[in-house]
Design a protein around this ligand. Structure first.
Ligand SMILES: NC(=O)c1ccc[n+]([C@@H]2O[C@H](COP(=O)([O-])OP(=O)(O)OC[C@H]3O[C@@H](n4cnc5c(N)ncnc54)[C@H](OP(=O)(O)O)[C@@H]3O)[C@@H](O)[C@H]2O)c1
Length: 310
């Protein structure tokens, strides 16, 4: 752990950011650390994660920055190992930013047999959130921020082919994954109402980062050129996720989608709550995630707002 002194609005809060060794996630981690949160940099490679935590702590007066290495978040075994380490280390968890994500131009399948876009962008945040939520309920008020994308807009969920087995195109798999993450945001929010844990999604903007550079050749070059021409800075990309994660005016807002610090509606497909509930159940089956802590229901079916241990 790297420590200096001082802190601000998030002092006493513990914030976890996935994909925090580079890109938007690094700036989100820096922003949360600046606001005083004990910030956990989750990244690939122990040395890189520790070096990033050290760099944020040195550049941010008062920051308490820790690091946890993950192998590959597209593997549910690694997501479970990450959750276990977080739960072992932190008796309280207040902020989770599910930021790690990627675009795969060609279809890849993980050693666990899952298409990689779906595994990393959908199942990983689903499982990590499911595993951490009980601790977050105990630590409430707490907040989950899912980094979705405006790329979700033109797609619908294909429940018959969630992993692009029949037809795969990278842009479609990516756009769908971000729609699915937004739908899961709505369903988590619904299931957690009254527990003190809110779940929201953001579009960070079109941001100049390492995005797409895991691909080779023309796809990576194309994204680099478009980025150089049109994209905004990493700091700008981190602004809305940090704002949603730390804004004290937002604790009652849940299941929402934010763009440029504003509430946005998302596509029509992203408001299909039946699809959200169905997708949640599919993800539960695929990951083996258990039930969330719920709230007690009054006899008339309304929720009383008291968390019930799972
Ligand atoms: N850039 C944009 O215009 C844009 C727009 C909308 C949404 N987004 C979303 O914003 C989020 C951050 O993306 P970015 O633009 O900052 O891209 P990026 O620079 O490529 O950063 C992605 C982060 O995710 C991590 N990551 C990727 N694959 C991983 C894996 N298998 N296991 C663990 N960590 C993994 C990366 O780790 P390494 O540091 O090890 O590479 C990196 O820290 C993503 O969810 C992306 O979909 C980006």
């Amino acid at each position: 752990m790297s420590t200096t002194t001082a802190g601000r609005g998030l002092t006493g809060r513990v914030a976890v950011v996935t994909g925090a060794t580079s890109g938007i996630g690094l700036e989100v981690a820096r922003g949360l650390a600046r606001r005083g949160a004990t910030t956990v940099v989750v990244g690939r490679g122990a040395d890189r994660a520790a070096a990033t935590a050290g760099e944020i702590a040195r550049s941010t007066e008062g920051a308490v920055v820790d690091s946890i290495a993950v192998g590959d978040l597209s593997l549910m075994s690694d997501v479970r190992a990450l959750a276990k380490e977080l739960l072992d280390r932190y008796p309280r968890l207040h902020i989770l930013v599910n930021n790690a994500g990627a675009y795969y131009h060609r279809r890849e399948v993980t050693v666990e047999g899952v298409e990689r876009t779906f595994a990393l962008n959908v199942l990983a945040p689903f499982l990590l959130t499911s595993l951490l939520v009980p601790r977050m309920v105990e630590s409430a008020p707490a907040t989950v921020v899912n980094v979705s994308s405006a790329a979700h807009r033109t797609y619908r969920v294909d429940f018959d082919d969630l992993q692009g087995t029949r037809r795969y195109a990278g842009y479609r798999a990516y756009g769908r994954s971000k729609l699915e993450l937004l739908l899961l945001t709505r369903e988590f929010a619904h299931r957690l109402k009254g527990t003190g844990v809110v779940v929201n999604a953001v579009h960070p903007g079109f941001i100049r980062s390492g995005f797409g550079q895991n691909n080779r050749g023309a796809p990576a070059l194309g994204i680099r050129i478009l980025s150089a021409l049109f994209a905004r800075s990493l700091r700008s990309g981190a602004d809305t996720p940090i704002w949603v994660a730390s804004n004290p005016a937002l604790p009652g807002t849940t299941g929402a989608y934010f763009v440029n610090r504003r509430l946005a509606s998302g596509s029509r497909a992203s408001s299909d709550l039946r699809a959200a509930a169905r997708l949640y159940e599919v993800c539960q089956t695929l990951t083996g995630a258990g039930e969330l802590p719920s709230v007690e229901r009054a006899p008339n079916g309304s929720r009383t707002g008291r968390p019930v241990p799972s």
